[in-house]
Ligand binder design. Structure first.
Ligand SMILES: Cc1cc2nc3c(=O)[nH]c(=O)nc-3n(C[C@H](O)[C@H](O)[C@H](O)COP(=O)(O)O)c2cc1C
Length: 335
């Protein structure tokens, strides 16, 4: 990944964050040898499963990078074991007023108040249908406030993907905090599970205090009782940032990292050993990923043996290095 450090990173960091993202997405449109650029060598495979879905490797790309689900195939070619498109909603959304992403470059963190901009479920379904065969398993994240809308969006995309993620944790939409969260989540997950045979994973908010922890663990139990097949821990952490038009947003990246292993550990202790738990939040390095594994982010391998592997929301900037290193470490421990 030397080319990225030498050329790509300085270029991206010279641009405002949303412009850098647009450039990155445009680059993915180019017919380049993405598997080679991703650098995951052939034959290095730590296959595993996530909620019954076979994965080439346990490193996933979290929701938010490909909100229109139009580049999941290329992102898979870069080496991810699974990719999460969206978050999408039934109708298109423009999102919040700009500026809506602020960098904390020195602490390798971002604060975003995107407000779920996306082209809507019909357009996302068209994009998914254009590239049906992918090397990475595909999930789509969904987050409508109204149950009817969420179900209509699910019906459009679910037949085209391997699984779905319920975004029960976006700090930039209202139902995540202002409504009766537990009832709403129970209703959403039950409705989804009744309508799709594919796994439904629930993405939870992070927690920093005992009170928040109790709320999140209650949501986790409700999600699982309603039929969720796994949990993603966690989404961004609400913080204030006056550089954003909204004045507040969700913290991502290294600033989240100190919380991630302890959240995974507490969620694992609360839900028991069998539920897939995806670690997500500030995972930059192999050591970070392994700390998540040790904290309890575990899944089962396809042969049914218990394995120490995890589904890690890997840092986008370190796709190849992180994948290769982690696979090396995991393979060394497995064979
Ligand atoms: C610009 C931006 C947009 C995001 N959009 C979404 C989204 O639409 N849905 C979602 O569930 N999470 C979204 N996230 C949160 C990420 O999926 C992830 O949970 C969070 O960034 C923590 O992981 P990280 O530190 O590895 O980035 C977004 C994050 C960023 C930075």
């Amino acid at each position: 990944m030397g080319w990225y450090r030498a050329v790509g990173r300085p270029l991206f960091f010279s641009l405002p964050p949303e412009a850098a993202h647009r450039v990155a997405v445009r680059l993915l449109d180019l017919p380049l040898p993405w598997s080679r650029i991703g650098g995951v060598p052939d034959g290095v495979r730590v296959e595993t499963t996530l909620a019954g879905i076979r994965l080439h490797n346990p490193i996933g790309l979290a929701a938010g990078f490909d909100k229109s689900c139009s580049h999941l195939r290329t992102l898979g070619e870069l080496g991810f074991g699974y990719v999460v498109g969206g978050t999408i909603t039934r109708e298109p959304r423009v999102g919040n007023a700009k500026p809506r992403i602020a960098r904390h470059a020195t602490s390798r963190s971002l604060v975003n108040a995107m407000g779920l901009p996306n082209p809507g479920a019909e357009a996302a379904a068209r994009n998914l249908a254009k590239a049906p065969v992918t090397s990475a398993s595909r999930f789509v994240s969904l987050a409508d406030e109204a149950l009817d809308d969420a179900v209509a969006a699910l019906d459009l995309v679910a037949p085209l993907v391997d699984g779905n993620e319920v975004n029960a944790s976006c700090p930039n939409v209202s139902w995540g905090r202002d409504r009766d969260n537990e009832t709403h989540l129970e209703g959403l997950v039950s409705a989804f599970v009744a309508r799709t045979p594919r796994p439904v994973v629930v993405k939870l908010p992070p927690f920093a205090s005992e009170t928040e922890r109790d709320v999140v663990l209650a949501l986790a139990r409700i999600a699982l009782d309603a039929g969720a097949a796994g949990l993603t821990c966690s989404n961004t952490m609400p913080v204030s940032d006056l550089r954003l038009a909204a004045g507040t947003g969700g913290l991502s990246g290294h600033g989240l990292w100190p919380m991630t292993p302890s959240i995974v550990s507490e969620v694992r202790a609360a839900v028991g050993g069998d539920v897939p738990v995806n670690a997500c939040g500030g995972v930059f390095t192999t050591a970070d990923a392994l700390a998540c594994i040790e904290a309890g982010a575990t899944v089962r391998d396809p042969r049914g043996d218990e394995l120490v592997t995890t589904d890690v929301g890997a840092r986008r900037q370190l796709i190849a290095a992180g994948t290769v290193e982690l696979l090396d470490v995991l393979e060394a421990g497995l064979h």
